[in-house]
Design a binder for this molecule. Structure first.
Ligand SMILES: Nc1ncnc2c1ncn2[C@@H]1O[C@H](COP(=O)(O)OP(=O)(O)OP(=O)(O)O)[C@@H](O)[C@H]1O
Ligand SMILES: [Mg+2]
Length: 174
Protein backbone atom coordinates (compact mmCIF):
# COMPACT_ATOMS: atom_id res chain seq x y z
CA UNK A 1 0.00 0.00 0.00
CA UNK A 2 1.10 3.54 -0.75
CA UNK A 3 0.04 6.04 1.92
CA UNK A 4 0.28 9.52 0.41
CA UNK A 5 0.26 12.59 2.66
CA UNK A 6 -0.64 15.88 0.99
CA UNK A 7 -0.54 19.38 2.43
CA UNK A 8 1.08 22.77 2.02
CA UNK A 9 4.53 23.51 3.40
CA UNK A 10 4.29 23.40 7.19
CA UNK A 11 1.07 21.37 7.19
CA UNK A 12 2.77 18.61 9.18
CA UNK A 13 3.37 15.99 6.48
CA UNK A 14 6.88 15.04 7.58
CA UNK A 15 5.99 15.15 11.28
CA UNK A 16 2.95 12.90 10.85
CA UNK A 17 4.68 10.63 8.32
CA UNK A 18 7.47 10.00 10.83
CA UNK A 19 4.99 9.07 13.53
CA UNK A 20 3.10 6.75 11.18
CA UNK A 21 6.33 5.17 10.01
CA UNK A 22 7.61 4.55 13.53
CA UNK A 23 4.37 2.86 14.51
CA UNK A 24 3.74 0.82 11.35
CA UNK A 25 7.35 -0.27 10.94
CA UNK A 26 7.04 -2.28 14.16
CA UNK A 27 4.63 -4.62 12.39
CA UNK A 28 5.59 -4.14 8.74
CA UNK A 29 9.31 -4.37 8.03
CA UNK A 30 8.59 -3.95 4.30
CA UNK A 31 7.70 -0.27 4.79
CA UNK A 32 9.70 2.72 3.57
CA UNK A 33 9.27 6.42 4.21
CA UNK A 34 9.72 8.71 1.20
CA UNK A 35 9.84 12.41 1.99
CA UNK A 36 9.66 14.89 -0.88
CA UNK A 37 12.55 16.91 0.55
CA UNK A 38 14.81 13.88 1.01
CA UNK A 39 14.01 12.64 -2.47
CA UNK A 40 15.20 15.91 -3.97
CA UNK A 41 18.58 15.15 -2.37
CA UNK A 42 18.40 11.60 -3.75
CA UNK A 43 17.85 12.85 -7.32
CA UNK A 44 20.69 15.32 -6.70
CA UNK A 45 20.01 17.43 -9.76
CA UNK A 46 18.95 20.74 -8.16
CA UNK A 47 15.49 20.36 -9.64
CA UNK A 48 14.11 23.64 -8.30
CA UNK A 49 10.52 24.51 -7.43
CA UNK A 50 8.94 25.85 -10.61
CA UNK A 51 5.69 24.21 -11.69
CA UNK A 52 7.61 22.28 -14.39
CA UNK A 53 10.19 21.09 -11.88
CA UNK A 54 7.45 20.08 -9.48
CA UNK A 55 5.78 18.12 -12.27
CA UNK A 56 9.03 16.26 -12.96
CA UNK A 57 9.41 15.56 -9.24
CA UNK A 58 5.85 14.26 -9.06
CA UNK A 59 6.53 11.96 -12.04
CA UNK A 60 9.61 10.55 -10.31
CA UNK A 61 7.96 10.02 -6.94
CA UNK A 62 4.84 8.39 -8.36
CA UNK A 63 6.89 6.05 -10.54
CA UNK A 64 9.22 5.17 -7.66
CA UNK A 65 6.18 4.35 -5.53
CA UNK A 66 4.81 2.22 -8.36
CA UNK A 67 8.03 0.18 -8.40
CA UNK A 68 7.75 -0.33 -4.65
CA UNK A 69 4.08 -1.19 -4.84
CA UNK A 70 4.72 -3.79 -7.57
CA UNK A 71 7.27 -5.45 -5.28
CA UNK A 72 4.94 -5.46 -2.30
CA UNK A 73 6.89 -2.78 -0.49
CA UNK A 74 4.62 -0.41 1.45
CA UNK A 75 5.49 3.29 1.32
CA UNK A 76 4.54 6.45 3.16
CA UNK A 77 5.06 9.41 0.80
CA UNK A 78 5.03 12.93 2.24
CA UNK A 79 4.75 15.19 -0.78
CA UNK A 80 3.24 18.64 -1.26
CA UNK A 81 1.40 17.44 -4.43
CA UNK A 82 -0.13 20.13 -6.64
CA UNK A 83 -1.15 17.97 -9.60
CA UNK A 84 -4.58 16.34 -9.52
CA UNK A 85 -3.49 14.36 -12.61
CA UNK A 86 -0.68 12.71 -10.69
CA UNK A 87 -3.00 11.93 -7.80
CA UNK A 88 -5.36 10.31 -10.31
CA UNK A 89 -2.41 8.42 -11.81
CA UNK A 90 -1.52 7.15 -8.35
CA UNK A 91 -5.00 5.84 -7.78
CA UNK A 92 -5.08 4.14 -11.19
CA UNK A 93 -1.61 2.65 -11.05
CA UNK A 94 -0.99 1.56 -7.48
CA UNK A 95 -2.53 -1.70 -6.40
CA UNK A 96 -3.49 0.00 -3.17
CA UNK A 97 -3.48 3.74 -2.44
CA UNK A 98 -4.59 5.73 0.60
CA UNK A 99 -4.47 9.50 0.23
CA UNK A 100 -4.54 11.81 3.24
CA UNK A 101 -4.97 15.58 3.01
CA UNK A 102 -3.72 17.67 5.94
CA UNK A 103 -5.86 20.75 5.45
CA UNK A 104 -3.96 23.11 7.73
CA UNK A 105 -5.18 26.72 7.41
CA UNK A 106 -2.87 29.26 5.82
CA UNK A 107 -2.78 31.52 8.90
CA UNK A 108 -1.45 28.58 10.93
CA UNK A 109 1.11 27.75 8.25
CA UNK A 110 2.30 31.34 8.21
CA UNK A 111 2.58 31.38 12.00
CA UNK A 112 4.60 28.13 11.98
CA UNK A 113 6.70 29.03 8.94
CA UNK A 114 9.36 26.50 9.99
CA UNK A 115 11.34 27.05 6.80
CA UNK A 116 10.82 30.83 6.71
CA UNK A 117 9.25 30.33 3.31
CA UNK A 118 6.09 32.39 3.76
CA UNK A 119 7.91 35.33 5.37
CA UNK A 120 10.47 35.27 2.57
CA UNK A 121 7.71 35.14 -0.06
CA UNK A 122 5.96 38.08 1.65
CA UNK A 123 9.20 40.09 1.41
CA UNK A 124 9.39 39.24 -2.29
CA UNK A 125 12.59 37.22 -1.75
CA UNK A 126 11.23 33.78 -2.68
CA UNK A 127 8.97 32.82 -5.53
CA UNK A 128 7.40 29.51 -6.57
CA UNK A 129 5.81 29.09 -3.15
CA UNK A 130 2.70 26.90 -3.26
CA UNK A 131 -0.27 28.66 -1.69
CA UNK A 132 1.31 32.04 -2.48
CA UNK A 133 2.27 32.40 -6.16
CA UNK A 134 1.65 28.78 -7.18
CA UNK A 135 -1.98 27.71 -6.73
CA UNK A 136 -2.76 24.71 -4.55
CA UNK A 137 -5.65 22.64 -5.92
CA UNK A 138 -7.24 21.11 -2.84
CA UNK A 139 -7.29 17.31 -3.21
CA UNK A 140 -10.85 16.46 -4.19
CA UNK A 141 -10.70 12.70 -3.72
CA UNK A 142 -8.61 12.14 -0.63
CA UNK A 143 -9.49 9.02 1.35
CA UNK A 144 -9.10 11.05 4.52
CA UNK A 145 -9.14 14.84 4.93
CA UNK A 146 -8.02 16.19 8.28
CA UNK A 147 -9.28 19.73 8.71
CA UNK A 148 -10.90 22.10 11.20
CA UNK A 149 -10.25 21.30 14.86
CA UNK A 150 -8.81 17.89 13.97
CA UNK A 151 -5.83 19.31 12.09
CA UNK A 152 -5.02 21.54 15.08
CA UNK A 153 -4.58 18.55 17.39
CA UNK A 154 -1.14 17.39 18.48
CA UNK A 155 0.72 15.43 15.78
CA UNK A 156 0.46 12.25 17.86
CA UNK A 157 -3.34 12.60 18.01
CA UNK A 158 -3.52 13.14 14.25
CA UNK A 159 -1.31 10.09 13.64
CA UNK A 160 -3.57 7.99 15.90
CA UNK A 161 -6.60 9.14 13.95
CA UNK A 162 -4.97 8.05 10.70
CA UNK A 163 -3.85 4.70 12.11
CA UNK A 164 -7.43 3.98 13.19
CA UNK A 165 -8.81 4.27 9.67
CA UNK A 166 -6.00 2.81 7.57
CA UNK A 167 -7.36 -0.06 5.52
CA UNK A 168 -6.03 -3.56 5.46
CA UNK A 169 -3.17 -4.62 5.08
CA UNK A 170 -1.59 -1.86 7.13
CA UNK A 171 -4.35 -1.49 9.66
CA UNK A 172 -3.04 -1.58 13.20
CA UNK A 173 -3.90 -4.60 15.29
CA UNK A 174 -4.70 -2.58 18.41
N1 LIG B 1 -0.38 19.20 14.44
C1 LIG B 1 0.60 20.05 14.70
N2 LIG B 1 0.51 20.91 15.73
C2 LIG B 1 1.50 21.77 16.00
N3 LIG B 1 2.64 21.86 15.29
C3 LIG B 1 2.79 21.03 14.26
C4 LIG B 1 1.78 20.08 13.90
N4 LIG B 1 2.21 19.39 12.82
C5 LIG B 1 3.42 19.89 12.51
N5 LIG B 1 3.77 20.86 13.38
C6 LIG B 1 5.01 21.65 13.34
O1 LIG B 1 4.96 22.43 12.16
C7 LIG B 1 6.22 22.49 11.54
C8 LIG B 1 6.09 22.00 10.11
O2 LIG B 1 5.80 20.62 10.11
P1 LIG B 1 6.38 19.65 8.98
O3 LIG B 1 7.82 19.93 8.74
O4 LIG B 1 5.99 18.27 9.35
O5 LIG B 1 5.56 20.15 7.72
P2 LIG B 1 5.61 19.64 6.21
O6 LIG B 1 4.20 19.50 5.76
O7 LIG B 1 6.48 18.43 6.11
O8 LIG B 1 6.26 20.87 5.47
P3 LIG B 1 7.22 20.90 4.17
O9 LIG B 1 6.33 20.68 2.96
O10 LIG B 1 7.79 22.28 4.17
O11 LIG B 1 8.25 19.82 4.32
C9 LIG B 1 7.18 21.66 12.39
O12 LIG B 1 7.89 22.54 13.24
C10 LIG B 1 6.25 20.77 13.20
O13 LIG B 1 6.80 20.45 14.45
MG1 LIG C 1 8.23 18.03 5.13
Amino acid sequence: MIIWLIGLSGAGKSTIANLLYNDLKLRHSNLVYLDGDNLRDVWGDQLGHTVDARNKNAHRISHLCQLMDQQEIHAIAAVLSIFPDWQRWNRENFRSYFEIFLDTPMDVLKARDSKGLYASAARGKTDNVVGVDIPFPRPANADLTISGDAVMEKPSVIAERILRVLPHPLKTLT
